[in-house]
Design a protein around this ligand. Structure first.
Ligand SMILES: N[C@@H](CCC(=O)N[C@@H](CS)C(=O)NCC(=O)O)C(=O)O
Length: 213
């Protein structure tokens, strides 16, 4: 392992992150919600740097280095951060609610994020089907956005850290929602207004939508 020898990783906490990536944004939002200071190493995921190749067998971002610990996969990194920095807690305490939120995050990861990646990197047919599917997923979830202040929970949670970066990107992804889907926009505004959200954005991501005044 090359952590100790790498001068880039002298800081206690380092995050290898793309400049515009919905999955990296998820982890940056957790860090921002916790008020944790860290160093971001910007990565072009198509050309991962040597140190990331040494540290992570998948060469993927986000990758977190906390002294000798190297973590990858946004779900693993997010849950670690929530345990390592307990305040404010981003998971409820009862097992049922925790399980529901974990399942929601799994579905976001496996059903929603691939649509975004298709829209951002796919050919015309993939872009069109990605937009259609993402809109369907959003509209099918409308009752959940109406049901509570945050996603499936009354307090902000790790699931919001996975969901809000998607909602932030909707204008840039070319997805507009009908008027009766305003609870989704209202939900977005609630999260975008938190000071942590502004801090979670890279300069590139800041250009994708407008922060509320
Ligand atoms: N399952 C991974 C996926 C993250 C992901 O898709 N990252 C992209 C950038 S947005 C990436 O690193 N792609 C390059 C690769 O996987 O080699 C996670 O949860 O962290």
């Amino acid at each position: 392992m090359v952590v100790a020898a790498n001068p880039r990783l002298r800081n206690a906490l380092t995050l290898f992150s793309a400049r515009d990536c919905v999955v990296c944004h998820r982890v940056r939002l957790v860090l921002a919600a916790k008020g944790v200071t860290y160093e971001m190493v910007p990565v072009d995921p198509n050309h991962p740097p040597e140190d990331l190749i040494d540290l992570n067998p998948f060469h993927s971002v986000p990758t977190l280095v906390d002294r000798d610990l190297v973590l990858y996969a946004a779900s693993v990194v997010s849950e670690y951060l929530d345990e390592r920095y307990p305040h404010p807690p981003l998971m409820p305490i009862d097992p049922l609610s925790r399980a529901r939120l974990r399942l929601a995050m799994l579905r976001i990861e496996h059903e929603w994020v691939p649509q975004i990646q298709a829209i951002q990197h796919g050919a015309k047919a993939q872009i069109d089907s990605g937009r259609k599917r993402l809109k369907e997923l959003l509209l099918a979830s409308l009752p959940l956005f109406k049901a509570s202040r945050f996603f499936l929970n009354q307090e902000m949670s790790l699931a919001d850290c996975a969901m809000a970066p998607i909602i932030w990107r909707l204008p840039a992804l070319g997805i507009s929602l009908p008027k009766d889907a305003h609870p989704i926009e209202d939900y977005g505004q609630r999260i975008f207004r938190s000071p942590g959200f502004a801090r979670s954005l890279t300069p590139e991501e800041r250009l994708l939508a407008e922060l509320p005044a």
